[in-house]
Design a protein around this ligand. Structure first.
Ligand code: BGC
Length: 757
């Protein structure tokens, strides 16, 4: 018998608390008999005794079933138990399912597991809830540009509220893969190139999804992914090989995972890639030595989609039996969709190749997760038809979505203060293939998002200006393709309008998984469209929609204003309109460098100096680290983003007090509008026993400063904040000279140098 706060549970029969005493006194014996084949088990506070008890009763096959995660294609109509997955569930061969969206369907499947299996162990239902569930928020790369951790946490909280009402208990998020390569489509799912920011964002997501109490019915278990270094795929090609030094791995790629573990993330997913010859899914060093022994991770691990089976293609196994052996020994607890565990673990035990003890450890961790989520107390707790009406796409959630769109926008260019658009404008032309595309607004990984509910740019602008202003849209050209037949209409419309908004970029599906690009410019003939329309001579801004940094060098030359909006989700059009009309003064800053051309990639702000850095004193000198056909400088650097107001930095001071480094700076709003600024602090360690980056982000504060006012901002660092990994993988601080930089981006900064011992 499992007791919970609100329910009493006799085997698979659950009764509300107010009925429990009468029921238990009068019907106790009868009920136990009626619930028939169910095993009654006891639990203590931690669930350990309960799990011991349950595991004692489980056969090896039932244990292996718990390690099996199957993907459904959101099926289930008619008789579920007659389907293939239904049969597997009934046979106790499924521990978790991914890709079912709906409380009703999940209830049906759960019922089969609870009522038609010998032990009635609940199934864990998961989905890729990456940037919202029904209310879709901006893609994570966009959200990270807000530098607003509370906002990011809030979006994850809302995603958890919505999806947990619809049956789900587990999300495959956050994706914390640091990446320096915009060719890789999955940069859309992460928070960019910086490790320090990546750690803070990882924690914010975990806190948002899991809340304070994983057993609450409106929280989700998070799954940090993809462990590890997936973002450094060679040539930016999806699933490609990764080969890097341990120093780089430790310094830049692992910390966000450790931050998620420290924040209490419940599960972790392995990656598709190999690192230095060992696939992540068969990597005991990553999954046991680091994750368990050094970091103390207590949750469970899951492979990526069929990544266990893919060990054959990687060339470390000859058949699926061997893949199962390698993955289990390496420390992968759950097999996503490959059935390698299901089909081979029993034989591997019989052959003496895998111990039952190893399997028990994995099973225990998965059962623990189910206990933590409260699934044994009430397996239907996430199927709350009442909450479906109140907790999904309500006003507050939509307002948060709109705010997050505005805060994710990055103003890249604004010549002569062209933006914001004056409210007395009489006619607006929206020109371009992304001007009225609902589906594209949701970007990749749209969970249960409904494209028809997304607000396009055209709709957002219309909502903003009302019926007195003429707002028209013409496509001009497709996102991809060579057809220019729409240019004439586009130019004519531009000529008849007061203000032009060019809506350009990528389709939503052009970033995300399996969406690497070798050309990261504007696709198709969009540059030509922009040129033709801008030539019409009307005030014109570009609004960009994309899932990665784009090399928009040509656009930067010809367009007077450019607003980067990513894929904003359900409220995209409304949030962008807020920015375009100045109802929200843009404050977003890039979290990934925009290159001038694809040849500069990988390009990132915290690079090393080299022995022959560019020397402005010797402009004609050949033998320096540079290109002969391109500048080294990016188009837009990390941390960059304009505002409708201006900020002036002065009174920068850095001093050591006791064991702390105290940094102060005065930031004044010198423009005509109130505005938020992301004040960024960077540090360079001048001389080390190993080389150090030219600068590294060590702190930031997002502050609202009213026009004409100023604020003194203080940062405190300790020596540990300046520590770094050494070749023996120990982390320590080296005394010496440090350069401190503060500013509104990573390039234009005030500088102070200080000895720190
Ligand atoms: C992706 C994961 C995702 C999984 C389940 C894989 O292809 O790499 O990020 O969580 O599918 O959908």
């Amino acid at each position: 018998m499992i007791k919970s706060k609100n329910h009493i549970h006799f085997g698979n029969c659950i009764f509300p608390l107010n009925q429990q005493f009468i029921l238990s006194l009068v019907l106790f014996t009868g009920l136990l008999m009626a619930c028939g084949h169910k095993t009654e088990v006891a639990t203590d506070q931690k669930g350990e005794a309960f799990i011991d008890d349950l595991m004692d009763k489980m056969t090896l096959e039932e244990k292996i079933g718990q390690l099996n995660l199957v993907a459904s294609s959101d099926f289930i109509t008619g008789d579920f138990s007659a389907t293939d997955i239904g049969k597997k569930v009934r046979d106790g061969k499924v521990g978790a399912i991914l890709n079912i969206r709906s409380a009703e369907k999940i209830r049906t499947v759960q019922k089969t597991a609870i009522e038609e299996t010998r032990l009635g162990i609940p199934i864990l239902f998961g989905l890729d809830i990456i940037h919202g569930y029904k209310t879709i928020f901006p893609i994570p790369l966009g959200l990270s540009c807000s530098f607003d951790l509370d906002l990011i946490q809030k979006t994850a909280r809302i995603a958890a509220q919505e999806s947990s009402a619809d049956g789900l208990a587990w999300t495959y998020s956050p994706m914390v893969d640091v990446s320096r390569d915009p060719r890789w489509g999955r940069v859309a799912e992460g928070s960019g190139e910086d490790t320090y920011l990546g750690c803070l964002v990882a924690e914010a997501y975990v806190r948002g999804y899991q809340g304070d109490d994983l057993s609450a019915n409106n929280t989700l278990m998070a799954c940090v992914k993809h462990f590890a270094a997936y973002g450094d795929a060679e040539a930016g090609r999806e699933y490609n090989t990764v080969d890097m030094s341990k120093l780089t791995l430790f310094e830049y790629y692992l910390p966000p995972f450790q931050a998620a573990v420290d924040a209490g993330v419940g599960s972790l997913m392995t990656a598709f890639n190999e690192i230095s010859g060992v696939p992540s899914t068969s990597n005991p060093y990553l999954l046991r030595d680091l994750l368990r022994d050094q970091w103390g991770f207590e949750g469970f691990t899951v492979s990526d989609y069929t990544s266990i089976n893919e060990l054959i293609e990687h060339g470390v196994a000859t058949d699926t039996s061997q893949t199962a052996e390698l993955a289990m020994k390496a420390g992968v607890d759950m097999d996503m969709q490959g059935s390698a565990y299901l089909n081979h673990l029993k034989d591997l035990v019989d052959e003496g190749k895998v111990s039952v003890d190893l399997i028990d450890q994995a099973v225990r961790r998965i059962l623990e997760a189910k206990v933590k989520l409260g699934l044994f107390d009430d397996p239907y707790k996430y199927c709350d038809e009442k909450r479906l009406k109140t907790d999904i796409m309500n006003e507050e959630q939509l307002a948060a979505a709109r705010e997050s769109v505005a805060k994710s926008c990055v103003l890249l260019k604004n010549d002569n203060n062209l933006l914001p658009i004056q409210k007395d404008v009489r006619s607006i032309a929206i020109i371009g293939p992304l001007g009225n595309s609902k589906k594209d607004m949701l970007g990749n990984w749209m969970a249960a998002g409904e494209p028809e509910k997304a607000v396009t740019l055209l709709e957002g602008i219309k909502n903003k200006v009302g019926s007195d202003v003429r707002v028209q849209w013409t496509e001009g050209c497709k996102v991809n393709g060579t057809d220019k037949s729409g240019f004439t209409d586009a130019v004519n419309l531009a000529k008849q309008s007061d203000f032009i908004i060019l809506a350009l970029g990528e389709h939503g599906w052009m970033s995300g998984e399996a969406a690497s690009r070798t050309d990261i410019g504007l696709p198709g003939v969009q540059n030509d469209l922009a040129e033709a329309v801008i030539k019409a001579g009307k005030p014109t801004t570009v609004v960009l929609f994309n899932g990665r940094p784009l090399a928009v060098t040509k656009l930067d030359e010809i367009a007077p204003a450019i607003l980067e909006t990513w894929f904003g989700g359900t409220q995209a059009g409304n949030g962008i309109a807020d920015v375009l009309f100045g109802d929200y003064n843009p404050s977003g800053k890039l979290t990934m460098t925009f290159p001038r051309n694809v040849g500069q990639v990988p390009i990132y702000y915290n690079h090393k100096n080299t022995g022959r850095p560019i020397d402005p004193q010797r402009p004609g000198f050949k033998y320096l680290s540079k290109y002969i056909d391109s500048s080294n400088e990016p188009l837009y650097s990390f941390g960059y983003g304009l505002s409708y107001t201006t900020f002036k930095y002065d009174d920068f001071s850095v001093k050591v007090e006791a064991d702390q480094i105290k940094i102060g700076v005065n930031v004044a709003n010198t423009g005509d509008m109130d505005g938020e600024e992301v004040v960024q602090l960077y540090v360079q360690d001048k001389v080390g026993t190993i080389t150090r980056p030219v600068k590294e982000l060590k702190g930031f504060q997002k502050v609202m400063i009213k026009k004409g006012e100023s604020k003194i901002l203080n940062f405190t660092l300790i020596k540990d904040d300046l520590a770094f990994y050494h070749p023996d993988l120990s982390k320590s601080f080296e005394p010496g000279e440090f350069v401190f930089y503060v500013g509104g981006n990573s390039v234009e900064t005030l500088t102070e140098t200080l000895e720190v011992h």
